[in-house]
Design a protein around this ligand. Structure first.
Ligand code: AHR
Ligand code: AHR
Length: 481
């Protein structure tokens, strides 16, 4: 049985079931999600390999071959049509046209389930999904349950990487107007023991880790690669739980009365569904979502324990984050542009600016060094790479406001993540395309001979779709220096 079969037999059926990795009902064989490709704007639905099974990642890979793909719809498997789509602006505007949020890359979060490849939803700051008119979600003080499986190593302190119940108008309409799972290390409201990240409940104008609106020692830091997060709420009661999604059972971090602060008892839930954002479309957070559901009624502990066992049995595991020509850590490399204009140009830097420059065997030693990079294990994720400047050791290529710059490693988590890149087989069939780990819609791209972390057809001038694949494909060779 899948998680939603378990909730149904417990008398608290799913009214929304979202996953890009697997069917959440034994009998579900319909579409899990929709992808849209950059080359021609065509869309394709991705279904499980078989009823109740893992997503057909190979179908995505072949549809998206030689181009980029975004996740446009995360379908509701419950039959209620509670699909998640690109979130609209609210209290905060998203980065896309008309204030919409970004869509997630379809390839940012590869995993395996029982050995079968699948892709999660990698939420970068600015990315969000929403449904403001769902059917069957809890409203007012009505009871509901929810769980989600996240990447416990992908988080930040921004507001708010959430999944669950939120406002229907994208605005902060007051305390108690949300009830969603939060994951991250924000300390703006509540926090738990240690330095985070924590699973908390976003009840609006507050991330709650227990009875106290501030710190609750009973809410532990949790950072397993795969985590299960549970929130449930009913009249004057709510509970918070977590687990390693790959083994073991749920622990209860809080199970008790509603907050005593005004507005949370009774609740005023509105019933929209959000993913990756706060109730008011706060877009500063990051995280990775693999699967999650919302129920009607207050699920029993026994039901939630059985769901956790089902998640463990799905056997989430990591897989390679890279493809294409292999890179050797410690080696020096150079990256040659492949666009017809520019095949004598290499990725180089002039001071802090990363650019392309014409370099040949007769170039100066200094220029050859400017165009050479030492491959390091990814500072922010060891499954990918960082590129240290040959002539300025200790400085690395990072993105900042999506320009590529060479900057000294300041040791911060932000630096390490912004300096981590995941090469894949070149989008134009040549060499490698080098994806930003933290913004997997974005790749090393030269534009007017300056280098950016660019998305295919995004809002910046340097994101223009024309010649994207060529500008974002680089032939990797031994370093010029
Ligand atoms: O409750 C925390 C956040 O506060 C909510 O997600 C958002 O709507 C508000 O800014
Ligand atoms: O390059 C995009 C973002 O710009 C980086 O992640 C951040 O460090 C800066 O604000």
């Amino acid at each position: 049985a899948g998680p939603c079969d378990i909730y149904a037999s417990g008398g608290t059926p799913c009214i929304a079931a979202h996953s890009t990795t697997r069917a959440l009902y034994n009998a579900y064989a319909g579409s899990l999600y929709q992808v849209k490709r950059g080359s021609d704007g065509a869309v394709a639905n991705i279904a499980p390999l078989s009823a109740g099974g893992v997503a057909n990642a190979a179908a995505q890979d072949s549809f998206c071959a030689g181009t980029t793909c975004l996740i446009t719809i995360i379908y509701d498997q419950s039959g209620r049509g509670n699909h998640l789509t690109q979130a609209p602006p609210g209290g905060f505007e998203g980065p896309e046209a008309n204030g919409y949020d970004n869509l997630a890359s379809a390839t940012g979060a590869p995993v395996t389930l029982n050995g079968h490849k699948a892709y999660g939803v990698f939420i970068s700051p600015g990315t969000g999904y929403r449904n403001n008119a769902p059917s069957g979600t809890a409203k007012g003080d009505a009871a509901e349950g929810m769980y989600a499986v996240f990447d416990g190593t992908h988080y930040n302190g921004g507001c708010c990487f959430d999944y669950g119940n939120a406002e229907t108008n994208n605005l902060d309409t007051g305390n108690g107007h949300m009830e969603a799972i939060y994951f991250g290390d924000s300390t703006a409201w509540g926090s738990g023991s240690g330095s985070g990240p924590w699973i908390m409940a976003d009840l609006e104008n507050g991330l709650f880790s227990g009875a106290n609106p501030k710190n609750n020692a009973g809410d532990p830091s949790i950072s397993h690669r795969f985590i299960t997060a549970v929130v449930k709420g009913g009249p004057n009661k709510w509970a918070l739980k977590g687990a390693n999604a790959a083994s073991g059972s749920l622990s209860t971090y809080y199970d008790g009365a509603r907050p005593s602060v005004r507005g949370y008892n009774p609740m005023s839930k509105e019933g929209a569904i959000i993913l990756g954002i706060g109730g008011d479309n706060s877009i500063s957070a990051q995280g990775t979502f693999y699967e999650g559901v919302m129920t009607t009624g207050y699920p029993s502990d026994a039901t939630e324990n059985a769901v956790q066992a089902d998640i463990v049995a799905a056997k989430y595991a990591t897989t390679s984050m890279t493809s294409g020509p292999a890179l050797a850590v410690g080696s020096s490399i150079s990256l040659r542009a492949t666009t017809a204009c520019c095949t004598t140009r290499y990725l180089a830097h002039t001071g802090a600016t990363v650019n392309t420059q014409v370099v040949s065997s007769s170039s100066s030693a200094a220029l050859k060094q400017q165009a050479s990079w030492t491959v390091r294990a990814g500072l922010g994720n060891g499954a990918c790479f960082s590129f240290e400047s040959r002539d300025t050791p200790g400085s690395f290529i990072r993105h900042y406001d999506f320009a590529l710059v060479v900057a000294a490693n300041d040791g911060s988590k932000q630096f390490r993540e912004d300096a981590t890149f995941c090469p894949q087989a070149g989008l134009n069939g040549q060499g490698s395309s080098i994806r930003a780990w933290g913004y997997p819609t974005r790749y090393f791209r030269h534009y007017d001979n300056v280098a950016y972390a660019a998305s295919n057809g995004g809002v910046h001038t340097f994101d223009v779709a024309g010649s994207f694949n060529d500008d974002a494909s680089w032939v990797v060779s031994d370093g010029l220096a």
